[in-house]
Write a protein of this length. Structure first.
Length: 80
């Protein structure tokens, strides 16, 4: 089907980048708990230093998801 990103269901409302950022945020909380934001910030800083702005944007989104709190991690397709 044209216009459908692999791995997404039609009507899910999430593009592949958003889905990946949410998965990363969920994993960080599971692995690092309260330190998840610090880890994400360090990864974003590393991406900036390497001038990898696509990766930097993803880590920025991960930080936004983490800042929104745990309810945002559970919302899934209902999010933005």
């Amino acid at each position: 089907m044209p216009g459908i990103v692999p791995g997404n269901m039609p009507g899910s409302g999430l593009d592949d980048d958003e889905r990946r950022a949410r998965q990363e945020a969920h994993w960080l909380v599971k692995e690092f708990g309260a330190e998840a934001q610090l880890y994400a910030a360090m990864k974003a800083e590393e991406a900036i230093e390497q001038k990898d702005f696509g990766r930097c944007a993803r880590w920025k989104r991960v930080l936004e998801i983490l800042a929104d709190g745990p309810t945002d991690l559970r919302r899934g397709a209902a999010a933005k």
